[in-house]
Design a protein around this ligand. Structure first.
Ligand SMILES: [Zn+2]
Ligand SMILES: [Zn+2]
Length: 355
C-alpha cells in the first residue's frame, strides 16, 4: 500500500516503515536456514492464530518451480499469459509474473482481510522476527523469540501472545484505515486518519454500517483535502454516484444525511487536537505523533457532532437526470436543472456569464 506517490495535499506524510507499524497487517518474519523448521513454525502459528479468530497471510519466496513442467498449468505458464487463475474445490490460486521479490512487492498482494502476515525467509528483513536458534539475530529486526526444531510446538505456542500483542487494538478501525490509505494513494497523513475516524463516528451516530451498501447515505465535505478521500473510502459515497459533494468552506468537517430517515448531522474536527497529539508523543515527528494519536484518541476529543438541516433538492438526487436541455447559445447539453432561463431559451451557466 505504501508507495512513492507525491503527496501534494496537506503536508508531510509518515514514512513507509513507520506507517506499516501503525496501519495495515503487521508483518512478522519467520527466519531460519533450510530444514530448520520454518514452514512447520508458520503452519503451527497460522493454526494457533486461526483458533483465536486471527487471519494470518503467509508469504514465501522459493527457488523451486511451482508446477512440474509436464503439468497443464506449467505448460500454459510457459507460453506467457498475463495471469493465470486456477480454482480448485479447496482454493483459488492466482499466478502472476514474479515481480521484484522484495517484501514490499509481496506485501502488495496480501488481501485486505488479513490481520497479520507471516513472511517465511532465509534473509533478514526489517520486521519483528521469530528466529531459528541456528541463526544469529540482526540489529535491523527485533526478535520475538527463537526456536529449536526439537521443541518447535511448545515454542510456537509461546510466541502466540506476542503476535496477538502486535495486532491493532481496534481491528475494524484498522481495516477502514487501510481502505482509506489505499484510496488516498498510499501516503499516510494525519488527514486520512481524521477523515476515517470522522466518517466512522458519523456512521455510528446515524446507526449506519459503513461502507453504506444500502445506499442511504449522502455526504457533503467542507474541504477538498486528504480527509475527503478517507471519507469517500470509508462511506462508499462518491461524486460520480451523486452521494458525495464538496462545499469548500476550508474546514475539516462533513455533513451526513441518512436519506431513509431524513436525519442529518455535521461532524467537525475540534481545534487543539494537533497540540494534544504532539504532547502525547513529544519524541516523535509531528505527522507521526498526530497519526498515532488520531488513531487512539476517543472520538469526543477529536470531533463535535451536531444536527444539521439538509433538504435534498430533486435535482441533486442520485438516479437518472431529471431535466435535460440544450443551451440556446452554445448548443451543449445541460442536465439536472443547472440551466438558467435566457431570452431565447435555457442557457448554460457559462453562456449566462455565471461562472
Ligand atoms: Zn494526505
Ligand atoms: Zn452554453
Amino acid at each position: 500500500m505504501t508507495g512513492t506517490v507525491p503527496h501534494d495535499s496537506d503536508g508531510p506524510a509518515v514514512n513507509a516503515a513507520d506507517l506499516r507499524r501503525l496501519i495495515g497487517p503487521q508483518v512478522v518474519c519467520v527466519r531460519g536456514p533450510s530444514r530448520s523448521g520454518k514452514t512447520t513454525m508458520c503452519q503451527l502459528l497460522i493454526g494457533a492464530l486461526a483458533e483465536r479468530g486471527v487471519k494470518a497471510a503467509y508469504l514465501k519466496r522459493t527457488h523451486h518451480l511451482l508446477d512440474l513442467p509436464e503439468k497443464s498449468s506449467g505448460r500454459i505458464w510457459a507460453n506467457g499469459p498475463a495471469a493465470m487463475v486456477l480454482r480448485a474445490t479447496d482454493r483459488l490460486q492466482v499466478t502472476l509474473p514474479p515481480g521484484d521479490g522484495t517484501a514490499d512487492d509481496l506485501l502488495a498482494h496480501v488481501p485486505g482481510a488479513a490481520d497479520i502476515v507471516l513472511l517465511e525467509t532465509h534473509e533478514p528483513e526489517p520486521y519483528p522476527t521469530i528466529l531459528s536458534r541456528l541463526l544469529d539475530p540482526t540489529q535491523a529486526a527485533p526478535v520475538i523469540g527463537s526456536w529449536d526444531i526439537e521443541t518447535i510446538e511448545a515454542a510456537a505456542a509461546s510466541f502466540v501472545p506476542s503476535l496477538l500483542a502486535l495486532l491493532p487494538a481496534d481491528r475494524d478501525l484498522d481495516r477502514h484505515l487501510r481502505s482509506a490509505l489505499g484510496f488516498h494513494g498510499g501516503h499516510g497523513c494525519p488527514g486520512v486518519v481524521l477523515g476515517t475516524r470522522l466518517a466512522l463516528l458519523a456512521g455510528q451516530e446515524l446507526g449506519l454500517e459503513l461502507p453504506d451498501r444500502q445506499k442511504r447515505l449522502s455526504v457533503a465535505v467542507e474541504s477538498d483535502r486528504c480527509a475527503a478521500d478517507a471519507i469517500q473510502a470509508v462511506t462508499g459515497c462518491r461524486v460520480g454516484k451523486r452521494t458525495f459533494r464538496v462545499i469548500d468552506h476550508g474546514k475539516l468537517a462533513a455533513r451526513f444525511l441518512d436519506t431513509a430517515t431524513g436525519r442529518a448531522i455535521r461532524v467537525a474536527a475540534r481545534t487543539g487536537t494537533r497540540a494534544i497529539a504532539e504532547g502525547r508523543y513529544p519524541d516523535m515527528d509531528g505527522p507521526e505523533a498526530q497519526l498515532r494519536a488520531y488513531i487512539e484518541l476517543p472520538p469526543e476529543t477529536l470531533f463535535s457532532v451536531a444536527p444539521v438541516a439538509w433538504e435534498q433538492n430533486e435535482f441533486d438526487l442520485p438516479g437518472k437526470p431529471r431535466r435535460r436541455v440544450e443551451c440556446a447559445s452554445c448548443g451543449e447539453e445541460v442536465i439536472d436543472g443547472r440551466d438558467v432561463p435566457g431570452p431565447d431559451g435555457p442557457l448554460c451557466r457559462l453562456c449566462a456569464g455565471l461562472e
